[in-house]
Design a protein around this ligand. Structure first.
Ligand code: SAM
Length: 262
């Protein structure tokens, strides 16, 4: 069977069996867990996931792939032909009884952030494994003081422990993309007990990074600087600090100080 890959849907199919097996084995599921695969394509990874004998729901937007995916169906595997972002997850998950949810996605870059935002609140979510362009993987896993560190990194670090697992050469895909990819794992953290108010925290992050290369003070012109200065002084940090230099814990402390001051 042949299929003309659609670039607009990010259709670069992974064909290296060793890598496919390595990705499937990086997810520590049991028979009582549920795997959600986003974008199964021709089912190359799906076949390895099915071997794990967990429950599996795969969302594929392109119905042309039905002839590849239908033969894979069994009593624990469901395939839903729909844009994952438009899926009614709560409804789709209802028929299943499971311990934990593991999500795996080899997806185009432009839906990475909306997918992460969509799945963050799913009950019983254990981890998200993403195969993305190497550059995107590095950005998502960035540390403070690196060029790639931004509001998304802080947001992700708040919810997940991030791990860069391994690089996948572009030659492992057909058609061959221009750049290499990488597999990263995002494991859900227990709810943060130090943070007092999430809204204050999220507003602070988005304002702090609003203009690149500007100092925190410049980006937080609408904030009362006093509670912020108090925290910076406590850590012997200068008022000229930029958001790119601030780790998650310090953002949490700043948000708490702002919240308590108001
Ligand atoms: N998992 C397969 C593999 O590794 O070879 C295919 C990966 S391919 C990079 C991405 C797949 O995601 C394609 O099959 C594409 O049709 C599908 N896709 C793209 N956007 C989607 C969306 N919003 N919802 C569900 N599937 C999507």
């Amino acid at each position: 069977m042949e299929i003309k890959a659609k670039k607009s849907l990010g259709q670069n199919f992974l064909k290296d069996e060793q890598i496919l097996s390595k990705i499937a084995n990086s997810i520590p599921t049991t028979k009582e867990d549920l795997i959600i695969e986003i974008g199964p394509g021709t089912g190359a990874l799906t076949k390895h996931l099915i071997k794990k004998d967990s429950y599996l729901i795969a969302y594929e937007i392109d119905t042309r792939l039905k002839p590849f995916l239908t033969p894979l169906l069994n009593n624990k595997t469901t395939i839903i032909y729909q844009d994952f972002l438009k899926a009614n997850l709560e409804e789709d998950l209802k028929p299943f009884s499971y311990d934990n949810i593991y999500i795996i996605a080899n997806i185009p870059y432009y839906i990475t952030t909306p997918i992460i935002k969509r799945i963050i609140t799913i009950p019983k979510l254990k981890s998200l494994t993403l195969l993305v362009q190497k550059e995107v993987a590095e950005r998502l896993c960035a540390s403070p003081n690196s060029k790639a560190y931004g509001s998304l990194t802080v947001y992700l670090n708040y919810y997940f422990s991030l791990n860069y697992l391994f690089t996948v050469k572009n030659t492992c895909f057909a058609p061959t993309p221009k750049v290499d990819s990488a597999v990263i794992n995002l494991t859900k953290k227990p709810k943060n007990t130090k943070l007092i108010d999430e809204i204050t925290f999220f507003n602070l992050i988005s304002a702090a990074f609003s203009m690149k290369r500007k100092t925190l003070k410049n980006n937080l012109k609408n904030y009362n600087w006093l509670p912020i200065k108090k925290v910076l002084d406590k850590h012997h940090l200068p008022e000229t600090i930029r958001a790119e230099e601030i780790p998650l814990d310090l953002f949490i402390e700043l948000a708490n100080s702002i919240f308590n001051y108001n």
